[in-house]
Design a protein around this ligand. Structure first.
Ligand code: BES
Ligand code: MN
Ligand code: ZN
Length: 487
């Protein structure tokens, strides 16, 4: 359960809460409290500042120190959260400080937060995101879950609209995390589709789900082929957000492989361990779509999710098979573990027919992107410089990270097939680029398209900053910021 985020008119000197959170900037001469922090320090007769001095507190983002107030204000303890240098003030620091405070204050039920005070524009929204992300835990399958603390965060003297925006972004991300963390026995293509329809219903969006018969009828052979080895049949999911006066229309496509065993090109045990994560692109798209009803951007959004398991069952697709994708392009399957591109091919070809101004796909597509960029940076590929730049701006706003990768035309010769239009693997090197080049073949001519390879960023081995252990919900907030910037 996420903490409830509320707005209060009260000052930090009067708010009844279990802990107060105040920010501090780092300066040459030591930490400098924000204006609300100084008010608390005054009430404490300078004890707060002396405490920080005595312990040599360095106000780096992510650092938090707890100081007892001794009854000087109603809150028994004040948490001083580092914001870094004031000259470099950015919402990312505020988000990080809020997340770290939520983690440090697991004993406190109600927090009073002043982290938005003296902050850059958007600080209140970033703080709300940070509290939701830092307090996140996945406990649905624990028989004795830990107490839900903090359970409530009061934003003291903050703007309600801005806080609500942060709550929308934060909740979208925790929804994505929940979907990723759910065990694959429970989150199958069918149940993912059911969750998507629930999200559509509660947001008031239209939705459509293709079952196997419908997939056959409409020629989605990429999705069908990958799903053939599984006892849980595949689905294709479409959600439609339609504002009254849209300024643009975009498609979001999320890879929804609910479990990737590799298929007949089976993964080894270690590499299979985390493969429930392979629907993180779908989770980001669903998370983002879930928030549109609240944020109401004037952009029409079509959410598309090819959902399937990749299993080696008796009817599994085989190396050597040829697939006729949605739209007619054929591909030769030489490695059944390169399945993401096969299902995305259908979805991208379908998206290209929807009259959209741009397509963004999000996918845990290649292990190679981790080799290239490590575990904390998404790979961004695009056929359009301004779309790529828009996404960079959105990413930067949301404190996520991505790096533009090239789509070298001549590399595509590695994907030439003897028997089909393209084959699904190339040589040993540049695997993420080859995968992106494969996808590009299915994007309609002249449609701006971007591909986010989140194989490295979708999951984390440890909790740090606003990122949690397990599914991170990465790209959810970037998609939202991008859509809001467009509308
Ligand atoms: N789902 C994987 C990519 C992946 C790897 C995601 C590690 C997260 C962590 C994808 O379907 C895959 O298996 N890709 C292969 C492609 C190869 C066979 C060309 C890979 O990266 O090894
Ligand atoms: Mn695979
Ligand atoms: Zn996969």
């Amino acid at each position: 359960m996420s903490p409830e985020i509320a707005v209060s008119e009260e000052s930090p000197l009067e708010a009844e809460c279990d802990a107060l959170v105040v920010g501090a900037f780092q300066a040459e001469e030591g930490p400098g409290l924000t204006e609300r922090g100084r008010a608390v320090d005054e009430a404490m007769e300078g004890r707060l500042r002396r405490h920080l001095e005595a312990i040599g507190f360095k106000a780096d983002p992510g650092k938090v120190v707890l100081v007892p107030t001794g009854g000087a204000v109603p809150a028994p303890v004040v948490a001083v959260a580092g914001l870094g240098p004031e000259t470099e003030a950015h919402t990312s620091q505020v988000r990080r400080a809020a997340a770290a405070s939520a983690r440090s204050l697991g004993h406190a039920a109600v927090l009073g937060s002043t982290l938005h005070s003296d902050g850059p524009e958007g600080a209140a929204a970033a703080a709300a995101e940070g509290y939701l992300l830092g307090a996140y835990r996945f406990t649905s399958h624990k028989t004795s879950p830990p107490a839900n603390k903090p359970s409530r965060v009061l934003f003291l003297q903050a703007g309600a609209a801005e806080v609500a925006k942060g709550v929308a972004y934060g909740s979208a991300t925790t929804l994505a995390r929940d979907l990723v963390n759910e065990p694959p026995s429970l989150l199958t293509p069918e149940t993912l589709a059911a969750r998507a329809v629930e999200i559509a219903t509660s947001g008031g969006y239209a939705s459509k789900v293709w079952d196997v018969d419908a997939l056959r009828q409409d020629g989605f052979e990429g999705i069908l082929s990958v799903g053939r080895g599984s006892a849980h049949p595949p689905r294709f999911i479409r959600l439609d957000y339609e504002p009254p006066e849209p300024k643009a229309k975009v498609a979001l496509v999320g890879k929804g492989v609910t479990f990737d065993s590799g298929g007949l090109s089976l993964k080894d045990a270690r590499n299979m361990e985390t493969m429930k994560t392979d629907m993180s692109g779908a989770a980001a798209v669903l998370g983002a779509m879930s928030a549109l009803a609240d944020l109401q951007p004037q952009v029409q959004v079509v959410g598309l999710i090819p959902a399937t398991e990749n299993m080696p069952g008796q009817d599994a697709m085989k190396p050597g098979d040829v697939i006729k994708h949605y739209g007619g392009t054929t591909s030769e399957v030489l490695n059944t573990d390169a399945e993401g591109r096969l299902v995305l091919a259908d979805a991208l070809a379908y998206a290209s027919e929807q009259g959209v101004d741009a397509i963004v796909d999000v996918a845990t597509l290649t292990g190679a992107i981790m080799v290239a960029l490590g575990g904390k940076c998404t790979g961004l590929f695009s056929n359009d410089d301004s779309l790529a730049q828009e996404l960079q701006i959105a990413t930067e706003k949301e404190g996520e990270r991505n790096w533009r990768m090239p789509l070298f035309d001549d590399y595509a010769s590695e994907l030439e097939s003897e028997v089909a239009d393209i084959k699904n693997i190339g040589g040993r090197y540049g695997g993420s680029i080859l995968a992106a080049l494969f996808l590009r073949k299915f994007v309609g001519k002249d449609i701006p398209w971007a591909h986010l390879d989140i194989a490295g960023t979708a999951r984390s081995d440890s909790a740090s900053d606003e990122s949690s252990k397990g599914g991170t919900g990465t790209a959810t907030r970037t998609l939202l910021a991008w859509i809001e910037d467009r509308g």
